[in-house]
Design a protein around this ligand. Structure first.
Ligand code: DO4
Ligand code: MG
Length: 280
């Protein structure tokens, strides 16, 4: 397992206790490689690599989102909890039936979420829309898929969402999902098979030092297989620099909860670390 952290234009790679700052590394090249581990291994023996201390990698270190020219997409209604929450929020608009249908359908819901330049990294700010009254974070296991459609790694994604806009009309989904500061990715890209059905996903929202919301789930609750989601994304499409695909949320706070400015969001996925962002 190799972890890749992005520090402006530099990259820090970690393989167990070996941590190096590397020159000439490109995420685009990694996502274009047919064998990502083979692409990464020579960096650990290279004279251009500078060994650095373990303490550089701590939860207090800000990192940029590990994204270059990868598009970031998302899957929806892949957990029972997401289906039931969406059906509740859209009952009045008559949109509830669509969520029921897509949960059972062979074709998953997939939507465009962000470009790399718009994505926020670990310890940067995420936003809620000024014209939205009901807002939530969505903690999502995120797949790294190479240009050939092969899943080779994982990261943590936060699919920030407006539930009021989404609930008003399902056709407003892009406005509920895609706005400035609506996507966070990080803290790093993990290359390797680190995720199992037992992997736990959890989220804590802290407001003025008090836990306002906590929830958890596990990957076993995901209704779809990773390859099924990746295959649908790549069907009739091409991703010359690969793509990230958020796999949907299995944790949705009850209707009384909405995010506020100043809230701290911590998303933890076993094997991947913690992605922390405050709300602007
Ligand atoms: O259909 C609406 C969005 C669903 C979503 O983002 C999720 O289930 O995570
Ligand atoms: Mg989502």
């Amino acid at each position: 397992m190799i972890k890749i952290y992005r520090d402006h234009d530099d990259y820090v790679l970690q393989n167990l206790n070996q941590i190096i700052r590397v020159q000439g590394f490109s995420l685009d090249a990694l996502f274009q490689s047919t064998n990502p581990v083979e692409y990464l291994t020579p960096f650990f023996g290279s004279t251009d690599s500078e060994p650095i201390q373990q303490k550089v990698i701590s939860i207090e270190t800000p990192w940029q989102a590990p994204v270059e020219n990868q598009e970031i997409w998302a899957a929806g209604v892949t957990y029972m909890r997401s289906k039931s929450a969406r059906m509740e929020e859209s009952e009045q608009s008559g949109g509830d039936h669509f969520y029921d249908l897509v949960y059972e359908a062979e074709r998953p819901e997939l939507f465009f979420k962000s470009t790399g330049s718009r994505a926020r990294g670990h310890l940067s700010l995420v936003r809620i829309r000024d014209d939205s009254a009901w807002n939530v974070p969505e903690p999502e296991l995120t797949l790294a898929i190479n240009s050939g459609g092969h899943i080779f790694g994982y990261t943590i994604g936060n699919d920030m969402s407006s539930r009021s806009i989404e609930g008003e009309n399902p056709l407003y989904l892009p406005q509920a999902k895609i706005y400035r500061g609506s996507c966070a990715i990080g803290p790093c890209l993990v290359v390797g098979n680190v995720i199992t059905p037992e992997s736990k996903i959890s989220i804590t929202v802290t407001r003025q030092s008090k836990v306002e919301f906590h929830g958890d789930t596990s990957v076993s609750q995901l209704k779809r297989r990773f390859n099924e989601l990746a295959d649908y994304l790549y069907r009739e499409n091409e991703f010359p620099c690969g793509a990230y695909l958020m796999t949907g949320t299995g944790i949705v706070p009850d209707a009384g909860f909405t995010l506020q400015s100043g809230d701290r969001i911590q998303i933890q996925i076993e094997g991947l670390g913690v992605l922390e962002n405050d709300v602007e």
